[in-house]
Design a protein around this ligand. Sequence first.
Ligand SMILES: Cc1cc2nc3c(=O)[nH]c(=O)nc-3n(C[C@H](O)[C@H](O)[C@H](O)COP(=O)(O)OP(=O)(O)OC[C@H]3O[C@@H](n4cnc5c(N)ncnc54)[C@H](O)[C@@H]3O)c2cc1C
Length: 491
Amino acid sequence: MPARKGADFLKHLRDNPPEIYHRGERIQDFTTHPEFRGHAHSLAALYDLQWQHPEFMLAKDESGDTIARSYFIPKTAEDIRLMSKCLLKNAEFTCGMMGRSPDYLNRAMASYAGGWKYLAEQDPRFGENAKTLHKRLSHNDLCMTHTLINPQANRAVSVAAQKDPYLGARVKEERADGLVIRGARMLATAPVSDEIMVFPSTLLTSNPEDAPYAFGFCIPSATKGLKFLCRETVSYNPNGYDHPLGARFEEQDAVVIFDDVFVPWENVLLYRNVDVCNRAYAASGAVVHMSHQVVCKNIAKSEFLLGLASLMVDSIGIEQFQHVHEKLAELWVAHETQKAFLRAAEADCHLDEYGVMRPAWDPLDAARNLFPRTYPRLVQIIQQLGASGLVAMPTHEDLNGPLKEEIKKYYQSARMEAHDRIPLFRLAWDAAVSAFATRQALYEYFFFGDPVRMAGALVKSHPPKAAMDKVRHFLEKMRDELDGDTGELVP
Ligand SMILES: Cc1cc2nc3c(=O)[nH]c(=O)nc-3n(C[C@H](O)[C@H](O)[C@H](O)COP(=O)(O)OP(=O)(O)OC[C@H]3O[C@@H](n4cnc5c(N)ncnc54)[C@H](O)[C@@H]3O)c2cc1C
């Protein structure tokens, strides 16, 4: 059966461990390592989840096989609606805290397969590769990480003009059977994965010297020569009570090093044509389908923070204060706004030039540009409502320690006993204060790229002609209504 269950995922990971390093150690078994097992088991739980809701989390592909719905190529408005339901279910499971749950890049791969004609324009092989890769990935229900950005050495010059031409991953050798890649990429979130999608960032210049950096391919994460160097974990205590979010959803971020990695031609989707590479996300529809997943994640995440804040307010009896209402209202509005964007994207979905049903882009583009600016405020509200309660919570060890009885007394709140209040406030701490929370805030800010440059792209791609015409029309009307000599309104 192509769609996997959690145990299948864990077995595949044990049998094919990527070369991942953390704090000077090569991790051998992610399913048992204290700092990786939480993520591995959350991923496994997501694979089980799809079998608990097969009616909207699984789908039949063209060959009649049962695949994860997130790998499905939608053809109808009903497909889009079911896709939303599936993406929301995944995101709710992780409280929106796992940005790179498998469905994120599954949507990208399905888009490249659906929009294979775009890739075929450069080279017919690349179009075929997209379809074959999609089939292999969906039929094995594999999960992917991805990396787009070149190392942050000197941003004043292009990747080709860095001191060392092999700083950014580039083609070292073009062979009859494929490409050899050398250099590094930053950054791949969720390096614990079955496959890696290596795509160009959209920042390549059209200079010929950038061409060796222009490629897109997908290979197994356990490919020889591919190394992932992780940052220090933000889940520094794997205890699920003390670090309720970090212990479960810490995805890790890693720099990816290509030590002469061989990429067979069958795995290549883009190559050397900078212009084709730069347009690939938009033209294939991948950015739309990935944003569809992201808006669902944002809905789940904002709802989680709304629920969290509301329970805290109730717990310590601060519901009568006006500024508390204002803050809860802000959370509610943020949540409803993301829901409205999704609804609009679904309502205006349309068949694209490749016959794939696409959610409407404008509401999704608005959603992905808004959320990086909204998220820090939502977290700040949790901080302002929780106040010292967020940094005063004992650990699980304390609950059974010598101050057990004191804890029962001093940690009660207006409407909760200590044993209920402590986990609630520990959860709020992990959402708004801990290292995990801070990394989440950074993540949300840069989730889809640099929001500053995203805004630039938005302005370029959405010329507000209709709005300008309306103002022009008003200006003309103004002129017609004025006495030319006095500027008075002519009645
Ligand atoms: C937690 C986290 C997880 C991530 N996960 C992934 C992932 O899974 N896969 C992936 O591919 N990427 C990932 N990224 C990378 C993300 O896409 C980038 O952070 C984002 O595109 C910005 O690029 P950069 O980090 O290289 O910043 P830089 O480009 O180095 O920018 C640094 C600063 O300089 C400014 N700046 C630089 N150049 C310009 C310019 N030309 N114009 C205007 N301002 C400029 C930026 O605005 C910013 O303030 C992740 C990032 C973070 C923080």
